[in-house]
Design a protein. Structure first.
Lengths: 113, 115
């Protein structure tokens, strides 16, 4: 399917476990982003990537790891999940144009018990 | 750090009426972009409208328009002829020119539309 996809859509995991959220886009956009959405906070940037093999921290990076070996994929790993990481996670992508519009995936609802 | 504030956690509007959602932001930059995103119950983030800071003319997209006051750092969204399908969370977002395409989001406003 064309566009940006995330998997899984829903995930329940236990405290201390490692979990990886996947993001895939078919547009060959240069930029990719990971946000978390929590009530009252809107969306907060976790990590972003300007191109393959280039990543940088956002506003709330602690406890997360990212990689980007291919332009189309941008996985997010929680190395040791904590209850505070229960959230909805959105992946987004954009091209380096004058508009800077970001296109969002459908989100992953993660629950850490 | 840039901040975006949406002071109305919830708003309600009668179908076919007009409603305005508020957004203020804090920045020292002169070149930037502003966006309104809609998030219906499906959770999908949908771009509603965008505004380039260097443009004085307010952006309009069908029933959606903005009132961009650069000096006041205000960026409100007006929805005319509200429809039941407009019910959603609305997020205001700010993005800086040539700064990694990153967006800073406000906390959101939940819009309810009454039939």
């Amino acid at each position: 399917d064309a566009g940006i996809t995330q998997s899984p859509r829903y995930k329940i995991t236990e405290t201390g476990r490692q979990v990886t959220l996947m993001c895939h886009q078919t547009w060959s956009h240069s930029y990719m982003f990971w946000y978390r959405q929590d009530l009252g906070h809107g969306l907060r940037l976790i990590y972003y990537s300007a191109a393959a093999d280039i990543t940088d921290k956002g506003e709330v990076p602690d406890g997360y790891v990212v990689s980007r070996s291919k332009t189309e994929n941008f996985p997010l790993t929680l190395e040791s999940a904590t209850r505070s990481q229960t959230s909805v996670y959105f992946c987004a992508s954009s091209e380096r144009t004058s508009v800077y519009e970001q296109y969002f995936g459908p989100g992953t609802r993660l629950t850490v018990t | 750090a840039q901040t975006v504030t949406q002071s109305q956690p919830e708003m309600s509007v009668q179908e076919a009426e007009t409603v305005t959602l508020s957004c203020t932001y804090d920045t020292s930059e002169s070149d930037y972009y502003l966006f309104w995103y809609k998030q219906p119950p499906s959770r999908q983030m949908i771009l509603v409208i965008r505004q380039e800071a260097y443009k004085q003319q307010n952006a309009t997209e069908n029933r959606f328009s903005v009132n961009f006051q650069k000096a006041a750092k205000s960026f409100s969204l007006k929805i005319s002829d509200s429809q039941l399908g407009d019910a959603a969370m609305y997020f205001c977002a700010w993005g800086e020119w040539d700064a990694g395409n990153m967006l800073t989001f406000g906390g959101g406003t939940r819009l309810m539309v009454k039939p």
